[in-house]
Design a protein around this ligand. Structure first.
Ligand code: WT7
Length: 650
């Protein structure tokens, strides 16, 4: 959906859905007054509020100070010592959850495996011991490139247990993307699998790691999980099988006493330059914030079977498959494969089979299901569902209504959760027992979140006027930096308005104080809820020997929300052809991953530029979306460029 479309649709949306009485009855927070009172308290006295919440966690040593804030550097629970894996496992076992299922996993071919909290703890300890024997120490970054199998969650918890930050790379990324990230993080070890199942095919993960290592020589050890039994390249001195190093290990591994501000993980995300940013999240604040948001936004209860369909390779999976739900002692469901394998009923079959109670997915998936027809979900018993969630992009009211009716049986609140890789946890979302829903709005800020809509000068905008979404106070799970590039951290997030976090999202607030997100204001495109920087795709295209220059813009897409359109000027030695077009598209998939492959690619003699040489993306966007340019072209250097581009019908 383009920005203007989402502004339009959100402006006309007037339907309201108050919390259903049946839901409110058992909810943790039962009224708007209760929400507003807690929110006010959390803003007026953040240290009192968060200091109190931290007491629900296990600390080897409690904090001395709740917050030290020297913008843009925040330290939370200063002086506290804790371990996030201990909080996810041992603390739950101490609370009597040892025999309760922690992870309920279904593979794409259909196998089901459950780990109770005790079994998970044992497995995490064994894996942690194995990592130590392989030479991983506190502070060493462990790169993880795995399919959606329980061992992925086990690997991250094992890292957390020994204080080794993890850097998880989504399994859809390519070899070059792995190499760039492992190099940036100076990581010496990669955990992977022979392959993973996706749409009935094996994703060759180990082969990709092999190709990555040929580009970055710093990897000394590769631990390989046997999953698909596919043939893989093998290097005797460097590669070890997961079962060979883990299975014989002791199930006891003392949890490292981490400082509250020790790095818990790095997660790379796209920005406005060609180089992904290693977003840094630390221990104590992230732990407390993900636990509390998971509890209240999904209204988690001991018997919930909670399913977040994201991949753990994205922040959604980090915070709301692993760390948030496990700290609440619930069962978190993991599914390995595609939503349409063997057919479009797979998700609903899983909901029915495992009696899922809370279900969290992305608008792009909802739109894809909508397109397949209402009769598919109608075939399954979805009556165990109590709450639905949405994340990744603005949810268009039409998709919201479909989700509400056909999945939620008109009884489940929908929590539309706004947040970012950088924010670590959900910042704006309804508290389901308290807040009246409006389709398309993420509604109100969570506790401790001082969100505002401002203009360029930082002046707060009146109700219904659009502006930039900013966060005016630090919160516990905020990013602590960009790995190896603190200047970029300062510049990207804190330089527009000093001391205030700039989200790069456009937004308006309605008369009732609800936030309506309207998309990014920078050159970051949201494809199926995943972030791709146009600069990254441009540099991938330009790295092809035939290309002189490229510009990439976002265009509306019915299912994916947005897609990419590329304009490519070739070197004079090359000639445009369909084969070359295919080759360039394949080149992008190889350099970054299939999600970054443009939907359109047009050859052009030159790119439209301003007199100062800036590419006029606005014109390209208009051209790619509508086929013509009507907008202002007064700053354009050469009119003939646009004329020739429009003539070249794709
Ligand atoms: C960007 C962050 C955080 C999880 C997934 C994406 C957009 C995310 C919503 C929502 C409107 C949303 C924003 C944001 N976004 N959730 N509920 N409504 N927009 O994480 O890859 O870091 O992307 O996704 O534009 O800035 P991410």
């Amino acid at each position: 959906m383009s920005d203007t479309q989402s502004i339009m649709s959100s402006m006309v949306e007037t339907r309201e859905f108050p919390p259903p009485p049946d839901f409110v009855k058992d909810a943790h927070i039962k009224s708007i007054d209760e929400y507003e009172q807690l929110h006010r308290q959390s803003i007026e006295d953040p240290e009192g509020f968060w200091g109190e919440r931290a007491k629900n966690h296990h600390w080897f040593k409690p904090h001395d100070t709740v917050l030290e804030w020297n913008a843009p550097n925040a330290k939370w629970f200063v002086g506290g010592k804790t371990n996030v894996a201990y909080n996810c496992l041992d603390l739950q076992i101490e609370r009597g959850r040892g025999d309760h299922p922690a992870i309920l996993w279904e593979g794409e071919p259909g196998e089901v495996v459950t780990f109770t909290y005790s079994e998970l703890r044992d497995r995490v300890c064994q894996t942690a011991n194995a990592l130590k024997k392989l030479g991983v120490g506190k502070g060493d970054v462990v790169t993880i490139y795995m399919p959606m199998v329980p061992e992925l969650a086990i690997a991250m918890l094992a890292c957390a247990r020994i204080g080794a930050p993890h850097s998880i790379i989504f399994g859809g990324f390519s070899a070059s993307a792995i190499a760039d990230r492992a190099k940036d993080a100076e990581s010496k070890i990669i955990l992977t699998a022979d392959g993973g199942w996706r749409r009935g095919k094996v994703v060759p993960l180990k082969q990709n790691v092999e190709d990555a290592i040929s580009q970055y020589g710093g990897i000394a050890k590769v631990v390989v999980l046997k999953r698909c039994e596919n043939d893989i390249p093998w290097n005797d001195g460097r590669d070890v099988w997961w079962h060979d190093v883990v299975d014989a290990e002791s199930t006891e591994c003392e949890a490292e006493q981490c400082d509250s501000e020790d790095l818990l993980f790095i997660l790379y995300t796209s920005g406005t330059t060609g180089k992904p940013k290693g977003i840094m999240h630390t221990t104590g604040g992230y732990m407390v914030y993900t636990a509390l948001t998971a509890k209240h936004i999904f209204d988690l209860k001991p018997d919930d079977v909670y399913w977040c369909t994201a991949d753990i390779g994205w922040i959604t999976g980090h915070s709301y498959i692993t760390y948030g739900p496990l700290q609440n002692g619930v069962t978190t469901l993991m599914y390995e494969g595609a939503p349409n394998q063997p057919d479009w009923g797979r998700f609903w079959e899983i909901v029915q089979k495992h009696k899922v109670t809370k279900f969290y997915t992305a608008p792009t998936a909802i739109r894809a299901f909508m397109r397949q027809g209402d009769d598919i979900p109608a075939k399954y018993d979805l009556s165990t569902l109590k709450l639905l969630g949405s994340v990744g992009e603005p949810i268009n009211p039409e998709a919201w209504m479909w989700y509400h009716e056909h999945i939620g049986g008109e009884r489940c609140p929908i929590v539309d959760t706004w947040w970012q890789t950088e924010t670590g946890g959900i910042l704006i979302a309804p508290i389901p027992g308290a807040i009246t829903l409006k389709p398309g709005s993420a509604t109100r800020p969570f506790f401790g979140i001082d969100a505002a809509v401002v203009d360029e000068a930082g002046v707060e905008q009146p109700a219904n006027a659009g502006g930039f979404l900013v966060i005016r106070k630090p919160w516990p799970s905020m990013l602590r930096g960009v790995y190896g590039d603190m200047n970029r951290f300062q510049e990207q997030y804190w330089s527009q308005l000093p001391g205030i976090y700039f989200t790069s999202d456009a937004c308006r607030r309605d008369d009732d104080g609800n936030f309506w997100l309207m998309g990014r204001v920078d050159d970051v495109i949201n494809i199926s809820g995943h972030r791709i920087g146009t600069a990254e795709v441009e540099s991938a295209i330009v790295s092809h020997p035939t290309v002189a220059e490229a510009a990439v813009v976002g265009i509306p897409h019915e299912i994916k929300g947005q897609a990419l359109a590329a304009f490519v000027a070739l070197k004079s030695s090359s000639t445009p052809s369909d084969d070359l077009k295919k080759e360039l598209l394949a080149h992008v998939a190889k350099e970054i991953g299939a999600i970054a492959r443009p939907d359109q690619l047009r050859f052009t003699d030159a790119l439209p530029k301003t007199r100062s040489g800036k590419i006029m993306r606005r014109l390209l966007k208009e051209l790619a979306s509508t086929g013509e340019v009507k907008g202002d072209t007064t700053t354009l250097e050469d009119f003939s460029v646009i004329a020739s581009l429009s003539a070249d019908d794709d």
